[in-house]
Design a protein around this ligand. Structure first.
Ligand code: ADE
Length: 225
Protein backbone atom coordinates (compact mmCIF):
# COMPACT_ATOMS: atom_id res chain seq x y z
CA UNK A 1 0.00 0.00 0.00
CA UNK A 2 1.18 3.52 -0.77
CA UNK A 3 0.27 6.55 1.36
CA UNK A 4 1.23 10.06 0.20
CA UNK A 5 0.96 12.71 2.90
CA UNK A 6 0.91 16.39 1.97
CA UNK A 7 1.99 18.66 4.81
CA UNK A 8 3.91 21.78 5.79
CA UNK A 9 5.52 19.78 8.64
CA UNK A 10 6.81 16.48 7.17
CA UNK A 11 9.35 16.08 9.99
CA UNK A 12 6.53 15.87 12.53
CA UNK A 13 5.14 12.76 10.82
CA UNK A 14 8.46 11.26 9.75
CA UNK A 15 9.76 10.93 13.31
CA UNK A 16 6.59 9.17 14.41
CA UNK A 17 6.20 6.72 11.56
CA UNK A 18 9.80 5.81 10.79
CA UNK A 19 10.34 3.78 13.93
CA UNK A 20 9.09 0.50 15.38
CA UNK A 21 6.51 -1.61 13.53
CA UNK A 22 5.52 0.98 10.90
CA UNK A 23 9.20 1.83 10.25
CA UNK A 24 9.93 -1.87 9.69
CA UNK A 25 6.87 -2.20 7.43
CA UNK A 26 8.42 0.49 5.22
CA UNK A 27 11.85 -1.17 5.23
CA UNK A 28 10.20 -4.44 4.19
CA UNK A 29 8.30 -2.74 1.36
CA UNK A 30 4.85 -3.46 2.82
CA UNK A 31 4.10 0.24 3.21
CA UNK A 32 5.38 2.95 0.89
CA UNK A 33 5.04 6.19 2.80
CA UNK A 34 5.82 9.42 0.94
CA UNK A 35 5.86 12.76 2.71
CA UNK A 36 5.53 15.86 0.54
CA UNK A 37 6.47 19.35 1.67
CA UNK A 38 3.61 21.52 0.42
CA UNK A 39 5.84 24.62 0.36
CA UNK A 40 7.83 23.03 -2.49
CA UNK A 41 4.71 23.53 -4.62
CA UNK A 42 4.34 27.23 -3.82
CA UNK A 43 5.36 29.73 -6.52
CA UNK A 44 5.64 32.48 -3.91
CA UNK A 45 9.24 33.59 -3.32
CA UNK A 46 8.72 33.13 0.45
CA UNK A 47 7.21 29.66 -0.12
CA UNK A 48 3.95 30.76 1.47
CA UNK A 49 0.98 28.44 1.15
CA UNK A 50 -1.62 30.48 3.07
CA UNK A 51 -3.41 33.80 2.64
CA UNK A 52 -6.08 35.97 4.27
CA UNK A 53 -9.67 34.77 4.03
CA UNK A 54 -12.17 36.64 1.88
CA UNK A 55 -14.88 38.23 3.97
CA UNK A 56 -12.69 39.49 6.80
CA UNK A 57 -12.60 36.43 9.10
CA UNK A 58 -9.61 36.18 11.46
CA UNK A 59 -6.92 33.56 10.76
CA UNK A 60 -5.23 32.29 7.61
CA UNK A 61 -6.44 29.88 4.93
CA UNK A 62 -4.41 27.33 2.95
CA UNK A 63 -4.41 28.29 -0.72
CA UNK A 64 -5.77 26.18 -3.55
CA UNK A 65 -2.90 26.53 -6.06
CA UNK A 66 -0.07 24.62 -4.31
CA UNK A 67 -2.47 21.91 -3.17
CA UNK A 68 -3.96 21.49 -6.64
CA UNK A 69 -0.47 21.40 -8.13
CA UNK A 70 0.77 18.55 -5.95
CA UNK A 71 -2.43 16.52 -6.10
CA UNK A 72 -2.49 16.86 -9.92
CA UNK A 73 1.17 15.77 -10.09
CA UNK A 74 0.56 12.71 -7.89
CA UNK A 75 -2.57 11.75 -9.83
CA UNK A 76 -0.65 11.94 -13.12
CA UNK A 77 1.72 9.28 -11.77
CA UNK A 78 -0.80 6.73 -10.47
CA UNK A 79 -4.45 6.26 -9.61
CA UNK A 80 -5.58 7.10 -6.11
CA UNK A 81 -8.47 5.40 -4.33
CA UNK A 82 -9.07 8.32 -1.98
CA UNK A 83 -7.84 11.86 -1.38
CA UNK A 84 -8.38 12.40 2.33
CA UNK A 85 -8.44 15.69 4.20
CA UNK A 86 -7.84 15.63 7.96
CA UNK A 87 -10.31 17.93 9.65
CA UNK A 88 -12.14 18.10 12.98
CA UNK A 89 -15.44 18.32 11.08
CA UNK A 90 -14.80 15.15 9.06
CA UNK A 91 -16.27 11.67 9.53
CA UNK A 92 -15.06 10.14 12.81
CA UNK A 93 -12.14 7.71 12.33
CA UNK A 94 -12.67 4.28 13.89
CA UNK A 95 -11.58 0.66 13.52
CA UNK A 96 -14.02 -0.27 10.72
CA UNK A 97 -12.77 2.74 8.75
CA UNK A 98 -9.14 1.70 9.36
CA UNK A 99 -10.02 -1.82 8.11
CA UNK A 100 -11.67 -0.39 5.01
CA UNK A 101 -8.79 1.99 4.20
CA UNK A 102 -6.17 -0.75 4.72
CA UNK A 103 -7.64 -2.59 1.72
CA UNK A 104 -6.89 0.31 -0.64
CA UNK A 105 -3.77 0.55 -2.82
CA UNK A 106 -2.99 4.28 -2.97
CA UNK A 107 -4.26 7.12 -0.83
CA UNK A 108 -3.37 10.77 -0.39
CA UNK A 109 -3.75 12.45 2.99
CA UNK A 110 -3.79 16.25 3.04
CA UNK A 111 -3.01 17.75 6.44
CA UNK A 112 -5.01 20.85 7.22
CA UNK A 113 -3.49 23.86 8.99
CA UNK A 114 -4.30 27.37 10.14
CA UNK A 115 -7.99 28.22 9.88
CA UNK A 116 -8.48 25.51 7.24
CA UNK A 117 -8.19 25.09 3.49
CA UNK A 118 -9.88 27.01 0.66
CA UNK A 119 -13.30 25.37 0.44
CA UNK A 120 -12.92 24.71 -3.31
CA UNK A 121 -10.27 22.10 -2.44
CA UNK A 122 -12.84 20.24 -0.37
CA UNK A 123 -15.45 20.56 -3.11
CA UNK A 124 -13.31 19.53 -6.07
CA UNK A 125 -10.20 17.64 -4.95
CA UNK A 126 -11.01 15.83 -1.71
CA UNK A 127 -12.96 12.56 -1.74
CA UNK A 128 -13.16 12.03 2.01
CA UNK A 129 -12.82 14.13 5.17
CA UNK A 130 -11.76 12.41 8.37
CA UNK A 131 -11.53 13.53 12.00
CA UNK A 132 -9.71 11.55 14.67
CA UNK A 133 -11.95 12.89 17.43
CA UNK A 134 -14.06 15.76 18.70
CA UNK A 135 -11.22 18.08 19.65
CA UNK A 136 -9.13 20.53 17.65
CA UNK A 137 -5.42 19.94 17.00
CA UNK A 138 -2.97 22.60 15.82
CA UNK A 139 -2.74 20.81 12.47
CA UNK A 140 -3.65 17.59 10.69
CA UNK A 141 -0.18 15.99 11.04
CA UNK A 142 -0.89 14.05 14.21
CA UNK A 143 -4.24 12.95 12.77
CA UNK A 144 -2.49 11.73 9.60
CA UNK A 145 0.10 9.87 11.70
CA UNK A 146 -2.60 8.25 13.86
CA UNK A 147 -4.58 7.16 10.82
CA UNK A 148 -1.51 5.85 8.97
CA UNK A 149 -0.44 3.83 12.02
CA UNK A 150 -3.89 2.29 12.49
CA UNK A 151 -4.21 1.51 8.76
CA UNK A 152 -0.66 0.22 8.17
CA UNK A 153 -0.67 -2.29 11.03
CA UNK A 154 -3.59 -4.03 9.28
CA UNK A 155 -1.64 -4.60 6.04
CA UNK A 156 -0.96 -8.35 5.79
CA UNK A 157 2.55 -9.16 7.06
CA UNK A 158 3.03 -5.94 9.07
CA UNK A 159 2.25 -7.57 12.40
CA UNK A 160 4.27 -10.71 13.12
CA UNK A 161 1.23 -12.59 14.39
CA UNK A 162 -1.43 -12.46 11.67
CA UNK A 163 -4.18 -13.23 14.20
CA UNK A 164 -3.15 -10.39 16.43
CA UNK A 165 -4.99 -7.59 14.59
CA UNK A 166 -8.16 -9.66 14.51
CA UNK A 167 -8.28 -9.92 18.30
CA UNK A 168 -7.78 -6.18 18.82
CA UNK A 169 -10.13 -4.16 20.89
CA UNK A 170 -12.94 -2.84 18.59
CA UNK A 171 -12.51 -5.49 15.86
CA UNK A 172 -15.79 -7.12 16.93
CA UNK A 173 -17.22 -4.07 18.72
CA UNK A 174 -15.86 -5.45 22.00
CA UNK A 175 -13.00 -4.27 24.18
CA UNK A 176 -10.19 -6.82 24.35
CA UNK A 177 -10.14 -9.14 27.42
CA UNK A 178 -7.32 -8.80 30.01
CA UNK A 179 -3.96 -10.34 29.12
CA UNK A 180 -1.08 -11.39 31.38
CA UNK A 181 2.45 -12.73 31.17
CA UNK A 182 4.96 -14.31 33.57
CA UNK A 183 5.29 -14.43 36.53
CA UNK A 184 1.96 -16.11 37.27
CA UNK A 185 2.05 -14.54 40.71
CA UNK A 186 3.59 -11.19 41.69
CA UNK A 187 3.30 -9.64 45.16
CA UNK A 188 0.38 -12.01 45.73
CA UNK A 189 -1.45 -10.74 42.61
CA UNK A 190 -2.39 -13.86 40.69
CA UNK A 191 -3.12 -14.43 37.04
CA UNK A 192 -6.63 -15.98 36.69
CA UNK A 193 -6.36 -19.78 37.11
CA UNK A 194 -8.24 -20.50 33.89
CA UNK A 195 -5.42 -18.98 31.81
CA UNK A 196 -2.93 -21.38 33.41
CA UNK A 197 -5.21 -24.42 32.96
CA UNK A 198 -4.31 -25.14 29.33
CA UNK A 199 -8.03 -25.84 28.68
CA UNK A 200 -8.59 -24.01 25.37
CA UNK A 201 -12.40 -24.02 25.37
CA UNK A 202 -12.59 -22.68 28.93
CA UNK A 203 -10.01 -20.02 28.10
CA UNK A 204 -11.96 -18.90 25.01
CA UNK A 205 -15.19 -18.76 27.07
CA UNK A 206 -13.48 -16.77 29.83
CA UNK A 207 -12.04 -14.32 27.29
CA UNK A 208 -15.44 -13.73 25.71
CA UNK A 209 -17.09 -13.21 29.12
CA UNK A 210 -14.37 -10.76 30.14
CA UNK A 211 -14.60 -8.87 26.83
CA UNK A 212 -18.37 -8.53 27.28
CA UNK A 213 -18.09 -7.51 30.92
CA UNK A 214 -15.42 -4.85 30.22
CA UNK A 215 -17.37 -3.51 27.23
CA UNK A 216 -20.62 -3.29 29.25
CA UNK A 217 -18.82 -1.50 32.06
CA UNK A 218 -16.47 0.80 30.14
CA UNK A 219 -17.99 1.30 26.67
CA UNK A 220 -21.69 0.36 26.73
CA UNK A 221 -22.16 2.49 23.59
CA UNK A 222 -20.29 -0.19 21.56
CA UNK A 223 -22.94 -2.80 22.46
CA UNK A 224 -25.76 -0.55 21.25
CA UNK A 225 -24.48 -1.07 17.69
N1 ADE B 1 -7.08 18.81 12.52
C1 ADE B 1 -7.32 19.50 13.66
N2 ADE B 1 -8.03 18.77 14.51
C2 ADE B 1 -8.26 17.56 13.92
C3 ADE B 1 -8.95 16.40 14.30
N3 ADE B 1 -9.56 16.29 15.49
N4 ADE B 1 -8.99 15.37 13.44
C4 ADE B 1 -8.39 15.47 12.23
N5 ADE B 1 -7.73 16.55 11.82
C5 ADE B 1 -7.66 17.59 12.64
Amino acid sequence: MRIDIITVLPEMIERTLNCSIIGRAQERGLLELRLHQLRDYSTDKWKRVDDYPFGGEPGMVMQIEPIDRIITELKSEREYDDVIYTSPDGQKFDQPMANELSLLSNIIILCGHYKGIDYRIREHLITREISIGDYVLTGGELAAAVMTDAIARLIPGVLNDAGSALSDTFQDNLLAPPIYTRPAEYKGWRVPDVLLSGHEANIAKWRMEQALERTKRLRPDLLED
